[in-house]
Design a protein around this ligand. Structure first.
Ligand SMILES: NC(=O)c1ccc[n+]([C@@H]2O[C@H](COP(=O)([O-])OP(=O)(O)OC[C@H]3O[C@@H](n4cnc5c(N)ncnc54)[C@H](OP(=O)(O)O)[C@@H]3O)[C@@H](O)[C@H]2O)c1
Length: 289
């Protein structure tokens, strides 16, 4: 079996770096990308020509295009794409400027879209490939204080759930990775904060204290090994939660959504035209698995 070529965004630190190291230790080839590729020097020294380090800011579509072109010209293919780059922004909606919000969406959602769109034609031609979209438990449920982050991650989930169904018939598999809290710089030096408005202090305080005072339970090395296992699996899941906290939060969220749906059912069902068919009475029902 040929070694796989992995393209990983945001490889300088945290989950991306851990994944790059674990994939290299396993023997595959990694294109490690970072805004400051000099941060990857030690990996280059250790792993030599099995790692290609390239500069990539995922918010720059021209840079995305030239990185993908460079990888194809040097290595001929991309077998695994990991859209990992991202950061959090803390603040109530009113506290965030439009620029803060755009920057969250640009990095955490459009970054994923730009890189995915650029890589897809090569995977489609090859009729194979794996894509991991690093979303978050915050792509499944929301808490007060990081609304723009949630907006971006919910966006990644919808974009990816739809895309996964378009590309599976072409031999390309996609999994959305949903980490809970992991011990990286995400809640530390990478997190940006808005200027607070005192009226929101109490509502946002719980999350702020949690993020600033707790060491997250997740181990980035173990997350990396789980992601490798997903790529090696014959039938990977559409979504994979990582960590006990992620599993519990998703469980609670799904339960409360389902309870609310049932509680308001008669009002929800009251709005159809009398005697009308629904999509579930037609062949189109196949769309909704
Ligand atoms: N750790 C957690 O608790 C957690 C939980 C759920 C989801 N996640 C998600 O996991 C992913 C990785 O985060 P992490 O925990 O590893 O955090 P991290 O330690 O802060 O690492 C984030 C990485 O993303 C890169 N990055 C940020 N903006 C970028 C941009 N515009 N272009 C390219 N790279 C960019 C950073 O590069 P620089 O070094 O240049 O800043 C860094 O390499 C993110 O998508 C995050 O939302 C993390």
């Amino acid at each position: 079996m040929m070694n796989k070529v992995w393209l990983i965004t945001g490889s300088s630190r945290g989950l991306g770096r851990s994944l790059a190291e674990s994939v290299l230790e396993k023997g595959d080839i990694v294109v490690a990308t970072a805004r400051k590729p000099e941060q990857l020097k030690d990996l280059k020294t250790k792993f030599g020509d099995r790692i290609l380090t390239l500069k990539l800011d995922v918010t720059d579509p021209n840079e995305v295009k030239s990185v993908v072109t460079e990888v194809i010209s040097q290595l001929g293919r991309i077998d695994v794409l990991v859209n990992n780059a991202g950061y959090g922004f803390f603040g109530a909606v009113e506290e965030q400027s439009e620029a803060d919000i755009r920057s969250q969406i640009e990095t955490n959602l459009f970054g994923v879209i730009y890189v995915t769109k650029e890589v897809l034609p090569y995977m489609r031609k090859a009729r194979s490939g794996s894509i991991l979209q690093v979303s978050s438990v915050g792509g499944r449920g929301a808490v007060p204080g990081i609304s723009a982050y949630h907006a971006a991650k919910f966006g990644v989930e919808g974009f990816s759930e739809s895309l996964a169904q378009e590309i599976l018939p072409l031999g390309i598999k996609l999994t959305i990775i949903e980490p809970g809290g992991f011990a990286t710089d995400w809640a530390g030096s990478s997190m940006d904060y808005a200027t607070p408005i005192s009226d929101y202090a109490e509502t946002l305080g719980l999350l702020k204290t949690y993020l600033q005072k707790n060491t997250p339970p997740g181990d980035p090395k173990k997350a990396a090994l789980a992601m490798i296992q997903v790529v090696e699996s014959e039938n990977p899941p559409l979504r994979l939660a990582l960590g006990k906290d992620a599993v519990e939060l998703i469980r609670r969220g799904e339960k409360s959504k389902s309870e609310e749906l049932e509680k308001w059912l008669s009002l929800s069902l009251s709005t159809d035209r009398d005697g009308s068919l629904t999509v579930f009475d037609t062949d189109t029902a196949k769309l909704f698995k």
